[in-house]
Design a protein around this ligand. Sequence first.
Ligand SMILES: Nc1ncnc2c1ncn2[C@@H]1O[C@H](COP(=O)(O)OP(=O)(O)OP(=O)(O)O)[C@@H](O)[C@H]1O
Ligand SMILES: [Mg+2]
Length: 515
Amino acid sequence: MTETSSMAPAQQESGSQTLAVRASGVDRAFGGVQALRDASFAARPGEIHALAGENGAGKSTLIKVLCGLIKADRGTVEIFGTEVSRVVEPAARRRMGVATAFQELSLLPDLTVAENLLLENPPRGRLGLVKRRGLGPAAEEILGRYGVDDIDPRATAADLSVAQRQVVELVRVLAGEPRVVILDEPTAALADRQVEWLAGHMRQLRDAGSCVIFTSHRWREIEALADRVTVFRNGTHVATRDTLSEAEAVTLMSGRSFAGAYPELTTVPQRESALRVKGLHSGRLHGVDLDLRRGEILGVGGLAGQGQRDLFLTLFGAQKARQGTITLDGKAVAIRSTKDAIRAGIAYVPEDRKAEGLFLPLSIRDNIAAATLSRRNTAGFVRRGAERTAVGSIVDQLSIGKGRSTNRAVDTLSGGNQQKVVMARWLLTDARILLLFDVTRGVDAATKHDIYELVGKLAAQGRAILYYSSETEEIAHLCHRVLVLREGRVAAELAGPVGDAERIVAASIKENHDA
Ligand SMILES: Nc1ncnc2c1ncn2[C@@H]1O[C@H](COP(=O)(O)OP(=O)(O)OP(=O)(O)O)[C@@H](O)[C@H]1O
Ligand SMILES: [Mg+2]
């Protein structure tokens, strides 16, 4: 494999062939934040080009400049050799064949799937009038063409799961058979099977000559899909390569290198049980028993959809159990609502910051403090000084927003940093039991590492942690013990650190002989 130099791609490739997309010398600031500085990027027709970088590196900002959603303060953008820097209008870019799926989904929540799919391109009758009645069948045809049979075109977008919304968004973008497709973290909300589905369509577009650009924080996706990778750091182009190892990429992205990707598991769980579950039936769960001890990180593994989410939601009181008992510190408790759970000292950190309802226009500090406010209010007032200190320390630990003010609104943070705010919010409470559900989704490698260390520290403090991740590797390395769920039951228990994710996978699919 050849390796191109890390010279700015715009210079390197000028004239050699027509580029699909080219940005050079782009600056873009938001208030005091310089999101892009002298940024360059170039991608060719007929390639899949990954754009990699830490949370806040400027990937989404560059994408918004490329697709005409926001204007560069300086610099030029060309689409197939035509300069478009002055035209800031997504519709004009779309007419040039540029289609974009944004990181923050842009479906209109009150419209149906069909309306969302056909908004820009409705079926028209002979007089050019939009055929309202034609929407359903047209949408069905499009979804069918992409093999999507589990989404009703008449459903309202707001009623879909996050993954389904992402699928609709992707179908909308792909269906136009664009010459340039830009997908900003398209897989963050998708299950493995859907990732495969998307990968197939990305390759198909590439093979038909389109330029496909995407971002991801999962290196194995980049490795599997990308013909070339561009790395951004601090708003600037660092390198463009044909091949790149994960270790090299992490170093390029963060300027740090990690000796071992996972911290060593040095703590030992205490003897006392923190949470005991017996015969739990809920959703897909059919009789789950578990015993989580203080200071323990207990992994929940298994193939996707074996009831992991049911377990977490039920323990947090967000889903009703049909049967079973829950004991906390030796006392039987009834958890009928999330309020009960919080009062009992249980915190749930989900993967989906949108569902968790961050208050986007509010400041980082207010969002993090939200979970603790009621406690502080018992004295009749919020102790602003104490709150500031506590929030400041957790913000530092997770390096949220690179040390800038915690007064900034959360919606000015990059996606990964928003996820960190969700974590920080719960970590500030004195919850003794932490339910961490896929918390490293959409988070960059350096931050993942910070989160792993934080999880270790929390366990060392004696908190009991139930840990699920769609990255089986994480469960294999971080947990004292791993329960493997299969068909709603605990199918195997492995002593940790398991080390080799394959062992968890094997336990997940093994035939059940004693049945
Ligand atoms: N509307 C905005 N107002 C203020 N600051 C912003 C705004 N949009 C982005 N920023 C800032 O610009 C920088 C780059 O953000 P961007 O969203 O482009 O990062 P990213 O590489 O896409 O990160 P992630 O991987 O987390 O999605 C960040 O510091 C972010 O906080
Ligand atoms: Mg982004």
